[in-house]
Design a protein around this ligand. Sequence first.
Ligand SMILES: Nc1ncnc2c1ncn2[C@@H]1O[C@H](COP(=O)(O)OP(=O)(O)O)[C@@H](O)[C@H]1O
Ligand SMILES: [Mg+2]
Length: 276
Amino acid sequence: MLTIQSLSKRYNTGDKALTQVNIQIPKGQVVALIGPSGAGKSTLIRCVNRLVEPTEGQVFLGDTQITKLNTRQLRSARRRMGMIFQDYALIDRLSVMENVLSGYLGYTGFWRSFLRRYPQDVIVEAFRLLERVGLESFIDKRADELSGGQRQRVGIARALLQNPQILLVDEPTASLDPKTSRQIMRLIRELCAERQLSAIINIHDVHLAQQFADRIIGLRAGEVVFDGQPDALDTEMLTLIYGEEDWNPQIDADEEENAKHKAPDQMYMDSKAALV
Ligand SMILES: Nc1ncnc2c1ncn2[C@@H]1O[C@H](COP(=O)(O)OP(=O)(O)O)[C@@H](O)[C@H]1O
Ligand SMILES: [Mg+2]
């Protein structure tokens, strides 16, 4: 169980990124965090593992008060929180296997990790995970030889090698085409169910969020303005979250249809622009 209490973040620049956020996530629940660019989604998940230091408030993972830990304690607590990134954060010149193994030390250890030797049981588990995410025939390939979807699968396997209790996922599909995006979201969803893992997934695609999350939290200007079931997210709520943007579902569907005929990059830019 993750508990976020009265969490606020003000950056040195004076930007107030989060204001009094309260969220409880039970074991096994997959939460999609939606909201326009700049709403505070990345700040929120980074406050959970203190890659960003909260200005106020508490975060608990189970009984552990994350916001009280010293550096050494925090390093070990972070191993219970797997992170998955939009740009995958792989080391290009290392193999798929080596990238996954680097998860063994937690994401604080990316760079230190490739000097290490790994215990046999960790290597066996890495094989098992690579099989589970469908990359068993890519184990020895260099990370930079993979497609975006395959790279994200490596990122997922690496996060799971830590055997985390929660996944913190920042825009996992933002660099992927629509079909691959669905596959990746489905994979994350299935893995959470198999392992009773909770997840917070920042995602700009409302349809994907509705399709794959148990619960949706809408952030606007650093405040939670929606917290509920995916099917409770109607046009009115979307307008509340995304501002004056006219969230007509039909317009949205038409845009998706048109988008199929565009290059993926352009579509990504357009969908980002639509949410600003
Ligand atoms: N490192 C930073 N320094 C100063 N301001 C920041 C920093 N990171 C984010 N912000 C500001 O905090 C707000 C929330 O940003 P962010 O969490 O990245 O939102 P999102 O992920 O929803 O796009 C924005 O106003 C952004 O400009
Ligand atoms: Mg972000």
